[in-house]
Write a protein that binds this ligand. Structure first.
Ligand SMILES: Nc1ncnc2c1ncn2[C@@H]1O[C@H](COP(=O)(O)OP(=O)(O)OP(=O)(O)O)[C@@H](O)[C@H]1O
Length: 339
């Protein structure tokens, strides 16, 4: 049996806004095996960021974990008292935000910001912190003499490397990276993903990679969890997910993104429409309105996430017909007819 660093079970997170609850994450379940990169993929508004932030419990004041658990190294992150949770941040779980400008304060030199973590959180002496800061910069491929620069003196890609160095500062077991390469061009994306992969292998850490781009998960993730409208709809090792997707949404995402490795050739077919408003989710399968294969049963009854094969779960009533559906999904007109 695989050793899991994180086990998410039936996790629900709701935002309380006047007059209603927006359930951004609905009964999500998946595992993060030790020493692996797990992708959380889905379109904007599917609840990925909400879930990723829940792992460090840096969520908005109006967000509440309403049910479920997140077992991390024997502790439930959903119910851990704030003091214990705070002790885990940076040391055990570190967060890399979408834009490093959000984690780096423009008025301080990056060395100062690394020191905050190394000395403030890690209890290092000034001399230890200096050695570690230089080591971290070397790990992410930046010259140590740039430690005294301000964030604006770095390019976007370099700033993301600084954010990765910051996340690695205290040797965490898990890094949660929220769209860490989205704002960058494809070549820089690839360089940063390569580096994250190298560091992950070298250090034996686990990474949760949040992305809307299935080509990013194809490039770097060992396993992939596909989210749609707050729900996990498919969970599998990435190679199988891409070669034999079971959920029509995964099939659609595959058609909609260029391949990061080949720098984009072939036709792209978007999934028309948008995910439903989570304040008023539809009954039945939440993807049905955009799914070319939806039946009346799909529109009426919500499918549950079920094991289809060892290590491969899916929430789709038609998963047993996936081989035929894949053939149809590969034809652009299948999706065009939905428009
Ligand atoms: N502070 C908030 N108050 C109320 N609703 C929120 C808040 N933050 C997010 N939401 C809602 O929760 C849902 C999920 O948002 P979330 O940001 O987690 O999705 P996402 O998949 O990460 O999308 P993105 O990539 O755009 O961040 C959306 O419907 C969003 O409008």
């Amino acid at each position: 049996m695989t050793d899991h660093l994180l086990t998410v079970k039936d996790l629900s997170i709701a935002y309380e806004v006047p007059g209603l609850d927006i359930v951004a994450v609905s009964r999500a379940s998946f595992d993060v095996p030790k020493g692996s990169i797990v992708g959380l993929v889905g379109e904007s508004g599917c609840g990925k960021t909400t879930m990723a932030r829940a792992f460090t419990r840096i969520i908005s004041d109006n967000a509440k974990i309403t049910e479920g658990s997140m077992m991390f190294d024997g502790q439930d992150l959903a119910t851990l008292p704030e003091k214990a949770m705070n002790a885990l941040r940076w040391r055990d779980i570190a967060f890399v935000p979408q834009s490093a400008m959000n984690s780096l304060d423009p008025v301080y030199r990056v060395e100062y910001q690394l020191n905050e973590v190394l000395r403030g959180r890690g209890g290092m002496t000034r001399a230890q912190a200096k050695v570690r800061a230089e080591e971290l910069f070397e790990m992410v491929g930046i010259e140590a003499n740039r430690l005294r620069d301000y964030p604006h003196q770095f390019s976007g890609g370099m700033r993301q490397r600084v954010a990765i160095a910051l996340a690695l500062a205290l040797n965490p077991k898990l890094i949660v990276a929220d769209e860490p390469v989205t704002a960058l061009d494809v070549i820089v994306q690839r360089q940063i993903l390569d580096q994250m992969r190298d560091l992950q292998r070298e250090l034996g850490i686990s990474i949760i990679m949040v992305t809307h781009d299935i080509s990013v998960v194809a490039y770097i993730c060992d396993r992939t969890v596909v989210m749609y409208a707050g729900e996990v709809v498919e969970d599998c090792d990435t190679a199988t997910l891409l070669s034999e997707p079971l959920h029509p949404y995964t099939m659609g995402l595959k058609n909609a993104f260029p391949d990061i490795a080949s720098a984009g050739s072939g036709t792209l077919t978007p999934i028309s429409g948008a995910p439903p408003d989570l304040a008023h989710p539809p009954s039945g399968c939440r993807f049905a309105a955009r799914c070319p294969f939806a039946t009346d049963h799909c529109r009426a009854v919500s499918p549950v996430l079920e094991k289809h094969a060892e290590g491969h779960s899916v929430a789709c009533h038609r998963a047993h017909e996936a081989a035929q559906l894949r053939e149809k999904a590969a034809q652009p007109e299948t999706w065009g007819e939905m428009a």
